[in-house]
Design a protein around this ligand. Structure first.
Ligand code: SAM
Length: 244
């Protein structure tokens, strides 16, 4: 494996601008994550981005932009975080590395990706992480998971109206759902307002990520204010085909 010195420099500098000081141990974990991601990516399709600097910025730093909301959701105390459609572990794993106290669940419907996640968690020696293979439309109806999380995050899983249906049912009342978005999202937000409402959410804020490296990124922050009706999420594929 190629040596990169100093390790994770772009990430360390960017994280500092978010007010996050990474420990040498955390930097090492993120370095190992990078190496395993690139290695597994030769066998299974995990990411189109493999360049060392680009992974630091577009994957790791982008994931850590949620740090601000982590503080809102309970700060550095134990709380339950869920990443819906986690893929190769983004944004969930970088957040767990930086906030080791959180209890994390990673959910993805693709078994090959969750196999990678299971391996990675052992390799990084992360504890209190659960990996689940399945569709959000099914898992959100299970009592152990429904309305049980303080913070639910999701990146690149679909339009806001669709992911609201896949995520808000997992959020406990008083909890927060955050969608990591980029580009022009005004239309998406407008079309999601009614669905968010139906699902028991209330749009709090669309927050611009104030970092040159992450130009155009937004965090859509939604408060869970009332119970999600039992009807939701609807059957697999329906939230995507027929958004509320
Ligand atoms: N969040 C990761 C990221 O930002 O790199 C992965 C994004 S990838 C484009 C979308 C992921 O969502 C895929 O791994 C897919 O298997 C998963 N996914 C899509 N629909 C899902 C559903 N209904 N339930 C669970 N996972 C789903």
């Amino acid at each position: 494996m190629m040596q990169h010195e100093p390790k994770m420099r772009k990430l360390i500098d960017g994280a500092a601008k978010f007010g996050l000081g990474l420990t040498p141990g955390q930097v090492e974990q993120l370095q190992v994550y990078y190496e395993e991601l690139v290695s597994w990516n030769q066998r299974i399709n995990l990411t189109a981005i493999t360049d060392y600097e680009q992974v630091q910025i577009k994957h790791f730093l982008d994931s850590l932009s949620v740090a601000l909301v982590v503080e809102m959701a309970g700060g550095r105390s134990k709380f339950r975080l869920l990443d819906v459609g986690s893929g190769a572990g983004l944004p969930g794993i970088p957040l767990k590395i930086v906030f080791p106290e959180v209890k994390l669940m990673l959910l993805d419907s693709t078994a090959k990706k969750t196999a990678f996640l299971g391996y990675l968690i052992d390799r990084l020696e992360l504890d209190e992480v659960e990996v689940l293979t399945g569709r959000a439309e099914h898992i959100a109806h299970q009592g152990d998971y429904r309305q049980r999380f303080n913070l639910v995050v999701s990146r690149a899983v679909g339009r806001l109206a669709t992911i609201a249906e896949l995520t808000l049912p997992f959020c406990q009342i008083g909890g927060i759902f955050v969608a990591l978005k980029k580009g022009h999202i005004d239309g998406e937000i407008i079309e999601a307002l009614r669905p968010i409402n139906i699902l028991g959410g209330k749009l709090r804020e669309v927050k611009k990520v104030e970092l040159e490296e992450l130009e155009g990124r937004r965090l859509v922050i939604v408060d869970k204010v009332s119970s999600t009706p039992q009807l939701y999420p609807r059957r697999p594929g329906v939230p995507q085909r027929r958004p509320l």
